[in-house]
Write a protein that binds this ligand. Structure first.
Ligand code: FMN
Length: 168
């Protein structure tokens, strides 16, 4: 299986999660897999060709993915991910931080959520088969750090991707 993990990160936390997902997948697939982790700005059509699994992750910015990730998803052809297993993740504030940040942010998050779900929806729209429930990993503050254990959780989530798909 050829797996590509694409990420967009402002301060490096999402990059760390992407690397952990790459390591989790590499361990799970062993010699049957080829796993690549790339920043979205370095992804070209050639990297997407012959991919059996595509995992896309972004830092949450204003409840959605960062701009280059959005552009990549938009630019995929209509059936471009047919037969490709797909999954999505994000990094985000903790529920505790959002709860204590005032009613406005609280209400906005309730209404608009985080990046992972819309990324997954975009991947499925382009023909992808969802391999895992979209997931968020927590940062302590805007620039991080990741909460303790999040990289381990990311590697564990990655190992489930191989057994997907999940019900829609
Ligand atoms: C302009 C801006 C908007 C943000 N919006 C959200 C948001 O809507 N929801 C959220 O949970 N975190 C939000 N954050 C926090 C980011 O999710 C956090 O900075 C990110 O997870 C860190 O990952 P990175 O190091 O890969 O950039 C925002 C951060 C910035 C700078």
């Amino acid at each position: 299986m050829n797996a590509l993990i694409v990420y967009e990160s402002g301060f490096g936390n999402t990059a760390k999660i992407a690397q952990a997902i790459g390591e989790g997948l590499t361990t799970k697939l062993g010699s049957t897999g080829h796993v690549e982790v790339r920043a979205v700005a370095d992804v070209e059509a050639v990297h997407m060709a012959n991919v059996d699994m595509l995992v896309v992750g972004s830092a949450t910015r204003g409840f959605r993915a960062m701009p280059v990730t959005k552009a990549l998803l938009k630019g995929l052809s209509a059936k471009g991910l047919n037969n490709v297993k797909v999954a999505a993740f994000d990094t985000r504030f903790t529920e505790e931080k959002i709860r204590t940040s005032g009613w406005l942010l609280n209400t906005m998050v309730k209404l608009f959520g985080y990046a992972a779900k819309p990324i997954a929806a975009a991947l499925v729209k382009k023909g992808g088969v969802l391999a895992a429930t979209p997931v968020g990993f927590y940062v302590d503050d805007i620039e991080g750090p990741l909460l303790a254990g999040e990289e381990t959780r990311a590697a564990e989530w990655a190992s489930q991707l191989v057994s997907g798909p999940v019900p829609a």
